[in-house]
Design a protein around this ligand. Structure first.
Ligand SMILES: Cc1cc2nc3c(=O)[nH]c(=O)nc-3n(C[C@H](O)[C@H](O)[C@H](O)COP(=O)(O)OP(=O)(O)OC[C@H]3O[C@@H](n4cnc5c(N)ncnc54)[C@H](O)[C@@H]3O)c2cc1C
Ligand code: SF4
Ligand code: SF4
Length: 1018
């Protein structure tokens, strides 16, 4: 029976909730969060649902979990286990105490080589586990697409399945044992039934009762449990009488851990798991089969599977076109195509030798010839080419997910599994169903096991719920007709638990309820999932119910591109500004976050540096987007956009723009932070420090006239301490040193010729702190034979004596009007050059790239649009010239033969890193090692602030500083960002200071005509 959650507790902010919170604070060592914003951040997963939890704990140890469960038991409060919260069905949301394992419960045990197993805690992320296993030549082969964020506890909870499940099976086939904690406090190891003889009496009795149910229901199991590999709905009652195409165990023994797999946290808390490992495949070969129609591709899937591939993955026409529309992916996808196929199947084989893997491709070619599709296979044997194509498939999905407007691809029949002989008919008929309901879907993924992903586009704020039910009913009828499984990958949760009875019938549904009662008699574990479910279309559980409203605001930036409506059938958008958003598109931009959790990744990319050091849901892109959404929809009270919850959630965002590029839906938190800070500072006075930093371009000329005074703070400790106390600038930081020999004062006066090919925009930081970089740029451009002008204020600029500026410091403070003023000055100065078709080059990524990014959101009209494509970093310009065969720099080898290159976050966000690497490699004999670093942690003024000093250094220590420290003394350290160079200098001071230089300084040194010593500047 489900425990009735006292509604007073569920509402929070009342005596009952306060009592729960108080008891948890006493009993639990980890974080305990009951504030509205924290609860709101845990109210969603990657589904369409939103249910506020009672509270959240992030336990440090298993003892914390045990203590929390005890408190909940005594107070009758449900418990909801959580990993990354990336589930698509709503199984990770509920009115319960959420217990988040992902931050601290992340221990990985030793590999048991003889048994090929490993023990892990539930919060371990799959990618991290596999990185640990790689040196052993092993991996955990349930390769879910969310491998960068999915936790093993969550994967077990959902019985997750990867692209290669045809070879390796699902979680249920790869979990050997689970150490579990039951809601009544019982702890036990669930494993092979006959190994549980020494378990506690409670666990032994439980095992016996489960076995009795299995025996009693043997016939019904045979009758009702779908006989497909991909069946993850309901409980795995068939452990005692397996129905899966692939046996759960190799020796036929029933394993009770398998009953917990797929139970979605409804039976027990998983404390630890023993996982079965597999050898890493030594060689892979990929065959891409091109089909004239999707139908034909699906018809052939069954034949292809007879060749025993490790994966057969579908990419349909829509996805092919989406990938081809992206210049970065076009060459890769084009290399896989023969003509204009309607669909392709990616067929992967593995072999112990390369020849063995390739030989299987020959069999594929032969098979396709026999099926009347001779010449349809593109063979890919090179590992990097294969990886590039898998990446394209992923990116295609991402582009689809980035659809603007209120209609979104909704996951509710995304993983129905049907036997392969029926796959083609299923696809054709379901496409007709979509059309009848005025929508469409894009098909992709696991053709090998009959699980094709498809998400019809629905608007849940309007008629989406009704269409969802209608489509689900028609889809389910087909699934039944084809003897498939309605839930084949993503579980039941809120969207499909009501279908459990439909799938398994009343008898097994009762058996499921008995199983639930045996494990969890008080009904405390994640109630309302799998058994005793709510309706899938219960709008009170939706993230965007019909009653959803946005609080009107007047945004400072232009968000109109998001303020659109989308026609799902014609795939067209209404014009910008027509979507009816009371926040003029800002709310719709925020709502783009679909909670997939990809921002929790730890790969070589940038997103999200503050999460990487804190591992807090509050300090990750998703948590920030959710906080903004809650504030904008009034869920955090009046004026929440300018309140503490939003300010705190954005506090550690370093505006790196990593999410702008790497978030699948393009959530651009850096821009959102500007907007939020603008709104905030309209309601609150801006602190003195922030004002001082924002206005730096205005007072910089004065400071440069008296550098001895301006630099005194770096010499006098008491002044640094005073600055920390009164301005919040970390005393431990050095500040950039002001220079008297600023660039513009010393730049050649005859550079202003009106026919220049290139105009050098010298930003505030280069001008006042590192003018030698601008001199180096002039030297390099001159050596390349370019006519160069230096950008100076326009003749009618009222502030003509002051150098030009992009407005970056104002943007960081949310002072959008002041930033716009700077942008207008710059636009006026560049107007004649842009009109002439000149290229504008800059040196500081954070400044130059503002011309391509924020300028377009400042309401500057078409001029900003004309400037943006002409504004290039100097390395982008040189690389473009190189590619066009126009660059002839007389470079000679340097004494240094290696360079360690750290990319500025904005360089990465705008894809400028490859150009930087190629330009550096123009120096003869120079080998470039790119540091796999995220943000350096300085991020403008962020790292200088006392409150952020520690976080800033931790960001730098994650990869950048160790890479710099271990680089040989004669290795060049190259970093194009002013702040990055400063962080490197500060962070290595104690261990033998290293100086980092801009790429243009390296080129200048290597110029044959330039003496290396004199060009080194300072
Ligand atoms: C874009 C996208 C792609 C996806 N691709 C795949 C895919 O290829 N294959 C696939 O199978 N799934 C996929 N998923 C779904 C999801 O990512 C996976 O199911 C994933 O394994 C869930 O892991 P998690 O850590 O996010 O779990 P969560 O969502 O946090 O939890 C999942 C379930 O497990 C329970 N749980 C978590 N921890 C514990 C614990 N310690 N004890 C008991 N119960 C626990 C939770 O209560 C919940 O019911 C995808 C999702 C998205 C958004
Ligand atoms: S911010 Fe982007 S990456 Fe993060 S959860 Fe939202 S959509 Fe996913
Ligand atoms: S801008 Fe950077 S720090 Fe901020 S949310 Fe995005 S990835 Fe994270």
């Amino acid at each position: 029976m489900n425990a009735p959650l006292p509604s007073s507790v569920a509402l929070g902010g009342n005596p009952a909730a306060a009592d729960l919170e108080r008891q948890l604070r006493q009993a639990v060592g980890g974080e305990v969060m009951f504030d509205a914003a924290s609860r709101g951040r845990y109210a969603t997963d990657a589904s369409i649902y939103q249910v506020e939890p009672v509270g959240v704990i992030v336990p440090r140890t298993h003892a914390d979990v045990r203590a929390a469960v005890e408190v909940c038991r005594e107070l009758g409060v449900p418990v909801l286990p959580r990993g990354a919260g990336s589930s698509q069905c709503g199984q990770t949301v509920g009115a319960a105490l959420v217990v988040d394992a992902s931050k601290h419960l992340t221990k990985i045990g030793d590999v048991d080589r003889s048994a090929m197993t490993i023990d892990v805690e539930p919060g371990v992320v799959l990618d991290r586990l596999n990185a640990t296993l790689r040196p052993h030549g092993l991996w955990f082969p349930v390769d879910v697409s969310t491998s960068a964020q999915a936790t093993i506890g969550g994967m077990a909870g959902n019985n997750s399945c990867g692209s290669r499940s045809i070879r390796y099976g699902n979680m249920v086939h790869n979990v050997v044992a689970i150490d579990a904690l039951l809601a009544d406090g019982t702890e036990g190891r669930f494993e092979a039934q006959d190994a549980m003889a020494a378990a506690s009496p409670r666990v032994r009795d439980l095992a016996a009762a489960l076995a009795a149910i299995g025996a009693r229901e043997r016939d019904e199991i045979e009758r009702r449990v779908p006989k497909v590999l991909r069946r993850v709905g309901g409980y795995n009652i068939d452990v005692f009488h397996p129905q899966s195409e692939r046996p759960y165990t190799s020796d036929g023994r029933a394993n009770l851990a398998h009953l917990l797999v797929g139970s979605e946290g409804t039976l027990a808390w998983t404390r630890a798991l023993t996982l079965q490992l597999a050898p890493l495949p030594p060689h892979r070969a990929l065959g891409v089969v091109n089909f004239p129609t999707l139908y034909r591709a699906m018809q052939c899937a069954g034949d292809i599977v007879t060749l025993a591939p490790t994966a057969v993955e579908l990419v349909d026409r829509t996805m092919i076109e989406l990938a081809r529309a992206n210049p970065a992916f076009r060459p890769t996808i084009d290399a896989a195509l023969i003509g204009a196929p309607d669909a392709i199947l990616l067929v992967e084989f593995i072999g112990t030798t390369r020849a063995e893997a390739i030989a299987q491709l020959d069999r594929l070619v032969e098979l396709m010839g026999g099926l009347g599709l001779a010449g349809s296979v593109v063979a890919m044997t090179d590992a990097s080419v294969q990886k590039a194509l898998w990446d394209v498939r992923k990116a295609g999905l991402n582009i689809m997910m980035s659809m603007k407007g209120d209609g979104k691809p909704v996951s509710f029949i995304e993983d129905c599994a049907v036997p392969l002989p029926h796959l083609a008919d299923y696809v054709a008929r379901l496409s007709e169903v979509f059309a009848r309901h005025g929508t469409r879907g894009t098909w992709y993924a696991h053709a090998s096991v009959g699980t094709l992903h498809v998400r019809p586009i629905l608007d849940m704020r309007r008629d989406g719920a009704a269409k969802m039910r209608a489509i689900a009913e028609e889809a389910s009828a087909m699934v039944r007709e084809y003897k498939g499984a309605f839930s084949g990958e993503h579980g039941d949760g809120l969207v499909r638990s009501e279908w459990v009875a439909w799938q398994f019938g009343p008898r097994l549904t009762r058996a499921f309820e008995e199983i639930k009662a045996l494990f969890d008699p008080a009904g405390l574990m994640n109630p309302g999932k799998i058994v005793r479910a709510t309706k899938m279309d219960d709008a009170s559980l939706f993230r965007f119910p019909p009653a959803y409203r946005v609080v009107p605001i007047v945004p400072a930036l232009d968000w109109s591109a998001w303020n659109v409506d989308h026609d799902p059938v014609a795939d067209t958008l209404t014009p910008p500004g027509t979507g009816g958003d009371p926040a003029d598109g800002f709310a719709k931009a925020v709502e783009m976050c679909n909670n997939n959790g990809h921002c929790r990744k730890f790969d070589a990319g940038t997103m999200c540096p503050s999460y990487r050091v804190t591992r807090d849901e509050k300090h990750v892109t998703r948590g920030r987007a959710n906080t903004l959404r809650l504030a904008l929809s009034g869920a955090l009270g009046p004026d929440a956009l300018t309140g503490d919850a939003v300010r705190e959630a954005l506090d550690l965002c370093v505006s790196c723009k990593g999410c702008r590029r790497e978030c699948p839906t393009g959530v651009d938190m850096a821009k959102m932070k500007i907007e939020a800070r603008h709104q905030w500072q309209a309601a609150h006075p801006l602190p003195l420090r922030d004002r001082a930093i924002a206005h730096l371009p205005r007072w910089a000329p004065l400071a440069a006239r008296m550098p001895w005074l301006a630099n005194a703070r770096n010499r006098w400790r008491w002044l640094a301490r005073f600055g920390e106390r009164h301005l919040g600038i970390a005393a431990a930081r050095s500040l950039p040193a002001w220079r008297r020999d600023t660039f513009l004062r010393n730049a050649p006066r005859d550079d202003g010729h009106g026919d220049a090919d290139v105009v050098l925009f010298v930003d505030t930081f280069t001008e006042y702190f590192e003018p030698e970089n601008a001199h180096a740029a002039l030297a390099v451009l001159a050596a390349g034979g370019y006519r160069v002008a230096v950008a100076r204020p326009a003749a009618d600029d009222a502030d003509r004596a002051r150098p030009l500026c992009c407005g970056r410091t104002y943007l960081a403070a949310g002072m959008v009007d002041a930033a716009r003023h700077e942008a207008q000055r710059l636009l006026a100065a560049l107007r004649p050059h842009v009109a002439r078709g000149a290229t504008i080059v800059g040196l500081e990524p954070a400044c130059l790239l503002t011309l391509r990014d924020e300028f377009l959101a400042l309401g500057l009209g078409t001029e900003a649009g004309a400037l943006a494509p002409r504004a290039l970093l100097i390395e982008e310009f040189l690389d473009r010239e190189r590619a066009a065969g126009r660059l002839a720099l007389p470079l000679r080898a340097l004494p240094q033969t290696r360079a360690v290159l750290h990319g500025h976050c904005h360089q990465k966000a705008f894809d400028a890193m490859d150009a930087t690497e190629r330009v550096l490699a123009l120096v003869p004999g120079l080998v470039v090692d790119v540091v796999a670093s995220s943000c350096c942690g300085m991020a403008g003024s962020f790292g200088y602030e006392a409150a952020h000093y520690d976080v800033s250094l931790r960001m730098a220590e994650a990869a950048l500083l160790p890479a710099v420290r271990t680089a040989a003394a004669d290795t060049l350290i190259v970093a194009d960002g002013t702040s990055c160079r400063h962080q490197i200098a500060d962070g290595t001071r104690a261990s033998g200071a290293r100086e980092a230089v801009h790429v243009v300084r390296v080129l200048a040194r290597a110029l044959q005509r330039i003496d290396a010593t004199s060009s080194s500047g300072s």
